[in-house]
Design a protein around this ligand. Structure first.
Ligand SMILES: [Fe+2]
Ligand SMILES: [Fe+2]
Length: 202
């Protein structure tokens, strides 16, 4: 699993205090994860294996989305539009511009930009894993705790997949760049003034 700056112990209590909002945010996160995977597949059509692995990932994220929607329904919480915390766009702001390198012999890859796209997704998935695990251990509702436990295992796997894809584009380890983006991720997450969401609040 990717080494992240740990979430502050105060986040769990803040999340539990506003669980309906966290659940709605979580549903949107799952929906966005599916959309992002399909966007990757469309953007890099000549990347061997990407389209299939992203399609599988998108289907899995949609199942997560539906499961969270069912929990919302069970708990009588309406699914609604809700402002996010700008976490993903905060991470994307650090992505490097495309380079013309033809790593792996694939002309549609955009070198450094694509490495960063994959690493940003790896970090998002890893943070989801970490926070779902925290919620799984803290939420009093047993059914919800079970769902969080299952989903957190899947998100860890997704994080590993994106890291593997970043290494595939880079043609080797991406340790230094991952360390830079990991520090950036912690700074984005810790921006002041945001209430506890899946990807907000330190
Ligand atoms: Fe998911
Ligand atoms: Fe995921």
């Amino acid at each position: 699993m990717l080494p992240l700056e740990p979430t502050s112990p105060t986040w769990v209590a803040a999340a539990l205090a506003d669980l309906p909002r966290v659940l709605v945010d979580h549903a949107h996160c799952e929906s966005k994860a599916a959309t992002t995977a399909l966007r990757h597949a469309g953007r890099h059509p000549a990347w061997p294996r990407l389209a299939l692995s992203m399609s599988r990932l998108a289907r899995e994220e949609l199942v997560h989305f539906e499961r969270v929607l069912r929990e919302l329904e069970r708990l009588g919480i309406p699914f609604r539009l809700q402002a996010g915390a700008g976490y993903a766009s905060g991470l994307q702001a650090a992505m490097r511009p495309p380079t013309s390198a033809r790593r792996g012999g694939c002309p549609t890859w955009q070198g450094d930009r694509t490495v960063d796209e994959m690493l940003v997704c790896a970090l998002i998935e890893a943070r989801s894993h970490e926070r779902l695990e925290l919620l799984a251990g803290a939420v009093p509702d047993e059914r919800l705790a079970g769902l969080y436990k299952e989903l957190c295992e899947a998100e860890a796997r997704h994080g590993d997949l994106y890291l593997e894809l970043a290494e595939e584009v880079a043609g080797g380890p991406v340790t230094d760049r991952l360390a830079e983006l990991t520090r950036h991720e912690a700074a984005v997450l810790a921006r002041p003034g945001l209430s506890a969401l899946m990807h907000a609040g330190g």
